[in-house]
Every structure is written in structure tokens, then in C-alpha cells.
Write a protein that binds this ligand. Sequence first.
Ligand code: NAD
Length: 309
Amino acid sequence: MKRTGARESGAARRCAVGKLAIFGVGLIGGSFALALKKRNAVARVVGVGRSRANLAAARRLGIIDEIAADPALAVKNADLVLLAVPLGQTAAVLAQIAPYLAPHTVVTDAGSTKRDVIAGARRYLGAAFARFVPAHPIAGIEKSGAQAALADLYRGRSLIVTPEPETDPRAVRRVTAAWKLAGMRVITMRAADHDRVFALVSHLPHLLSFALVDNIAGYGDAAALFKHTGGGFRDLSRIAGSSPEMWRDICLANRDAILAALDGYLGALKLLRGMVEASDGQGLEARFAAARAAHAKWLVKKTGWRTGD
Ligand code: NAD
């Protein structure tokens, strides 16, 4: 894993994007446009979408300068094309735009999984695959659409890039320069490592959150149960407010890594269940203490906080 610091210095002009075409002007695509606009680092943003109302909102909010109904016209002479659509749409968009990419156009994506996106790009982009930079910004909130976009969403966060052997290093530099202007630091990983890591630390927690809420909603007295929820439920359920379409596609795209993560977690739950059933207080306390120690260590690394501060 290679890491380079976010470079705030250097005139935005040096790394500026002329024409940026964004497919999927939602939280992620819209926030990228806003971040670059805030730094005067992009000349013109063209948006392509599925929902007319969302594109109109993006135009009204100044996220995009132009709505393009035709994907071919959207990418014409673009310097950078960002795909920020749900993962299930990525291959179709790549197939649509492939014939119209100029030799200087660099294409990148923001998908939460990488192996499937790379397979689609390899299949549809032909020679332009060398100018495709697979990327995943590790930033987000549980809201969707252009209205949720934030200029500062990426500030201080990480961008994972997973270039393939064929990827042109100049294309990687152009894409990472743009994300650095949006405030991100860049980490390079192999796509398979990325998909395993994020199955464990991101995809699994989302499944747990959806399952937790869905389980309670299934009880006959769900309304009363929800009325009694407190901080614990609020903490664990926040991300159940995320987009069902997006998470469906992530589960389908990262099937094997998510199954492995689920199996590990089900094993941990089964262990706790056995201890509860056997009234094994010592065993339970030992597992909880181990988890608490690991959590405290994580917290210090992540934020510099110590529990009790
Ligand atoms: P979003 O729902 O806010 O935005 C997606 C947009 O894509 C919507 O406006 C939708 O209308 C549009 N769209 C759908 N199909 C399309 C198509 N065929 N052509 C053009 N536009 C289309 O979702 P988001 O949170 O911005 O996520 C976008 C991508 O970013 C996903 O691939 C997701 O995996 C990834 N991602 C999301 C987060 C997060 O926390 N939300 C974080 C990192 C990466």
C-alpha cells in the first residue's frame, strides 16, 4: 500500500480540468464537481443522468454547467470523464461512451468495488483502457442525489486507486491531481485487496445495519419497539438510510468477498450465541474485553482520542 500526502499547494490552474463530464450527478459525482469548482480547478462541467429532475437540481445548484442528453456529446473533447453511477450501470455506460473518447480523454470511476469495474472497462474500452483509472473515494454519507452533494465531502479523506499493469501513469497522475485538489490523500492498492478490505470494513457493516432494522421492522409490535430505541440503535442503524440500489449493486459486484466477510461474522455471532445459551459469563466477558481493546486501539490510531478522554 503506497501513500502520498494531499497537496494543497500549487495553483489549481496547473492541474486544472478543462471539460469534465460526470455520469451520475449524485452525492459522489456532484461533490467532486463542487469541490473542483470551489478551487476554480475546472472550466466546464457537463452532467449526464437517468433522472431529469436530479439533473435540473444539479444545474440549479451550480454543480453542473450543462445537461447532456447524449452521452457521445457529453464526452466529446472531455479532459476527464467521471463515472459515479450505481455499480450495476457502469459497464453499460462504458460501452456507450467507448467509441466517442478522444485520445487525450482520461476516464475514471468512483465505484465502491474495483474488480468488476475493471473487468467492464477492460471489456468495453479497448485501447482506451490504458487511460482508465479505477478509483474509490472513501467518503460518503447516507444520502443520495445532487441535493446531498457537498463541496467539502472529500476534504482530509482518502482516495484509493487500483491501477492495472496497462494503466498509463500519466492518466493516474491526472486523476489523482484532481482528487487532491478536492482535498484527498491518495492510496494505491491492488483491486483484489481493495475488494477484500472494503467487504470487511464497509460492505459488512452496511449489511448488518440493514438487517438490524429489517429484523425489528418484521416484528408484529415493531412500532412499539422502534419507540423504545436509544443511542445504541441510532449508532448501528444510521447507514440503513443508504441507497438500496447502490447497496444491491455492491453486494452483487463483490459477492465472494462479502460472503467470506459474512461467514467470519456469522462465526463470531455463533460463538456469542453459544456462550449466551451456556450462560458462559467468563467467555462473554473475555470476547467483549478483546473487542473493546481492539476498538480503543483503532480509535487512538484513527483520531488520536483515548477512551475516557
Ligand atoms: P447517488 O444515488 O447519489 O447518485 C447516483 C446517480 O447516478 C443518480 O443521480 C442516478 O440518477 C444516476 N444514474 C443512475 N444510472 C445512471 C446511468 N445509467 N447513467 C447516468 N446516470 C445514472 O449515488 P452516490 O452515493 O453518488 O454513488 C455513486 C457511486 O459512488 C456508486 O458506484 C457508489 O458505489 C460509489 N460510492 C458511494 C459512496 C457513498 O457513500 N454514497 C462512497 C464512495 C463511492
